[in-house]
Design a protein around this ligand. Structure first.
Ligand SMILES: *Cc1c(COP(=O)(O)O)cnc(C)c1O
Length: 350
């Protein structure tokens, strides 16, 4: 940080260049383009495909109904139509058996979300992508460093991926930050221009872009923190495995632990049925244990998408009613995790 401050150069300099190179290498793509935040990263991917003629407003994008709203906002921001697909209750991720029935003449892309840190890519999704010639876009905001069984890192599996460096993410900046990773040179060039007012050459504007850049100071911080990501993820995994081994309260359902779907545990979601979720939250809070709901209102029930209110997505709605995220992160101690497990196993309802 001192190096950046003393350099007098705060945007679009050596720090961005270094971080982009290192992050692209880490993810396993040819290109990485830094931008202002994760939502912008996703917005730029769809916008660039529109500028490149690969999509046009009105086209459809398959996307999980159970996701953070930013995934959906990036699609509607570009005049594209999200086609919401229900999750599986045991993984909380998009049910790949339901994708094909949602594909139409207008479908141009499948957007997968590695939600809660779990790899959402399946071979079935890969087959559909080939069969219908669709773009595969990854929302990798919650899964930096997660790997598919074939060794590829999430963020390098699709045609392009959006990453968020929001402070609480597995790789977090000291403020906002985001990036797109891709092997597509033209896409990377288009996004770099879009995020810089639409300009590739000073004072010459090819697109109606915006100002969406990654600060040099954030790039410098991210480049240091990247060195600790694998270790931090391993700690998250150790905490998660400890939860799996020791939580035995029948009122609480853990998502399936699937050896072939790696998870870097951005969050540790559990389900508590029969209207008791908020009771568990309040009980843990009494003992100083903070838990958070991800997410209490699904996108299709939000006021901003009120025209979708008629959609029936019962599994998504059930997750919104039952989900609670237990404490997890790079700095939680095993003693703290032990205390949380003991509280949870002691919990009962009268
Ligand atoms: C955090 C997040 C985003 C948005 O990232 P920001 O940097 O906060 O804009 C997008 N998608 C998912 C799944 C997220 O968790």
């Amino acid at each position: 940080m001192a190096r950046v401050v003393n350099s007098g150069w705060y945007l679009q300099g050596e720090e961005n260049k270094r971080f982009e190179e290192n992050y692209a290498k880490f993810i396993g793509t040819k290109y990485c383009v830094g931008c202002a935040n994760g939502l912008d990263a996703l917005i730029w991917i769809f916008r660039a495909y529109i500028e490149m003629g690969a999509m046009q407003p009105g086209d459809e994008v398959i996307v999980p109904a159970n996701t953070y709203i930013a995934t959906i906002l990036a699609i509607t921001e570009n005049g594209l139509k999200p086609v919401l697909v229900e999750p599986k209750l045991n993984t909380l991720e998009m049910n790949d058996d339901l994708i094909e029935q949602h594909i139409s003449d207008k479908t141009k892309a499948i957007c997968i979300v590695h939600l809660y840190g779990r790899n959402a890519y399946t071979e079935k999704i890969g087959t559909l992508r080939e069969k219908y010639n669709l773009k595969l876009i990854e929302d990798n905001a919650q899964a930096h460093g997660c790997k598919h069984t074939d060794g590829r890192t999430t963020g390098s599996i699709g045609d392009a991926a959006g990453h968020s460096f929001y402070p609480g993410k597995n790789l977090g900046a000291l403020g906002d930050g985001g990036a797109v990773t891709t092997n597509d040179e033209n896409l990377a060039k288009t996004i770099r221009a879009l995020a810089n007012y639409g300009s590739q050459k000073k004072y010459v504007f090819k697109y109606t872009g915006r100002n969406s850049r990654l600060d040099e100071i954030q790039a410098a911080v991210l480049d240091v923190k990247l060195n600790y990501l694998v270790e931090d993820n391993a700690h998250r995994q150790a905490v998660a495995h400890y939860y799996y081994e020791n939580i035995n309260n029948p009122l609480i359902t853990l998502p399936d632990h699937l050896p072939d779907r790696q998870n870097v545990y951005h969050l540790f979601p559990v389900l508590v049925a029969n209207g008791r979720r908020d009771m568990l939250h309040d009980y843990l809070e009494q003992y100083g244990v903070g838990t958070v709901i991800h997410y209490p209102i699904p996108p299709h029930k939000q006021e901003c998408y009120k025209t979708w209110d008629g959609l029936s997505l019962p599994i998504t709605e059930r997750i919104a009613d039952e989900e609670l995220s237990l404490p997890i992160g790079p700095s939680i101690t095993m003693e703290q995790v032990d205390a949380v497990i003991k509280l949870i196993n002691d919990w009962s309802v009268k």
